[in-house]
Ligand binder design. Structure first.
Ligand code: NDP
Length: 284
């Protein structure tokens, strides 16, 4: 039987609707959630991601601003800009669109963002809190993945989750969040010797490699839950994931498509984090 498809686009839309109500309530209390995105350089993909974020923010009533800086911006200038945003009481959430030009240290930039405004959840303090299982801003893509699993009441506890990919923004944190939910977690990466042996044991398989159709039905267990994080643009211009959807859909129990899968969820979770950041002000 073909897998059930978890449509991230529809789920993200539902989340935005409920966030919109929350934002309306906050505004009645005089709190106006505001997200500032910093875009350095002229990467067309980054520009398009930023546009998507602005549009989604507007839809839920979150105001946003984009600070565009030239690719020649020095690290010091960018850090100065972030210090200003840290001090600016109008700004609840700060997001620096990655990747940054090579001459700027991404880690230094992330380290400079006020952890209370770090809506991407990349600051070491927030990463540490996530590891400890404390309340914090969770990184948007992993947070979106967990939300997708929970939306279908997929049982995580006691399941074997296999993650392919160990990046700081997807692979590592999604494994940690699954561990926090009591899964047994295996991480795989480019040096993993026996990839198929491991993936074919996964109850939940998270694929975040960045290679079109790298994982096929032969790599997965009958009835597995397959989450495809990959976003690859083919020469034809078409977007595709890391999983060969057509074969995997016949073997999995649940699967996420690309597009309309994890991508829209990532943006919805960013909005959720921005609302969370704004709500922090209620207690001050
Ligand atoms: P990275 O390039 O940072 O990491 C890729 C990971 O895949 C690395 O850990 C790498 O291993 C591993 N890998 C590469 N080749 C293989 C292989 N043949 N077998 C096993 N593992 C392999 O990518 P990201 O984590 O940033 O992104 C992964 C994908 O997800 C990309 O397509 C990206 O576009 C997409 N993405 C989607 C998002 C969304 O919202 N849907 C958000 C962020 C990313 P090693 O560490 O050894 O090099």
């Amino acid at each position: 039987m073909a897998a059930e498809i978890i449509n991230g686009k529809d789920l993200a839309q539902e989340l935005r609707m409920s966030l919109k109500d929350e934002v309306t309530e906050l505004k009645q209390k005089g709190i106006n959630p505001h997200l500032t995105v910093v875009l350095v350089g002229d990467n067309p993909a980054s520009r398009s991601y930023v546009k998507g974020k602005e549009k989604a923010a507007a839809e839920v009533g979150i105001s946003s601003s984009v600070i565009e800086l030239p690719a020649t911006t020095s690290e010091e200038e960018l850090l100065d800009q972030i210090h200003k945003l840290n001090e600016d009481s109008v700004v609840n959430g700060i997001l620096v669109q990655l990747p940054l030009p090579k001459h700027i240290s991404e880690q230094k930039v992330i380290d400079t963002i006020n952890p209370n405004k770090d809506v991407d959840g990349f600051h070491p303090i927030n990463v540490g809190k996530m590891m400890l299982g404390e309340d914090t801003f969770l990184p948007c893509t992993p947070y979106g993945i967990i939300t997708m699993l929970k939306s279908r009441n997929i049982n995580i506890e006691g399941k074997h989750a296999v993650i392919i990919g160990r990046s700081n923004i997807v692979g590592k944190p999604v494994g940690q969040l699954l561990l926090n939910e009591n899964a047994t977690v295996t991480y795989c990466h480019s040096r993993t010797a026996n990839l198929r042996e491991l993936t074919s044991k996964a109850d939940i398989l998270i694929v975040a490699i960045g290679r079109p159709n790298a994982i096929t039905a032969d790599d997965i267990k009958e009835g597995a839950v397959v989450i495809d994080v990959g976003i690859n643009r083919l020469e034809t211009g078409k977007l595709t994931g890391d999983v060969d959807f057509n074969s995997a859909v016949e073997k999995a129990s649940y699967i996420t498509p690309v597009p309309k899968g994890v991508g829209p969820m990532t943006i919805a979770m960013l909005l959720k984090n921005t609302v969370k950041a704004a709500k922090g002000l209620e207690n001050r």
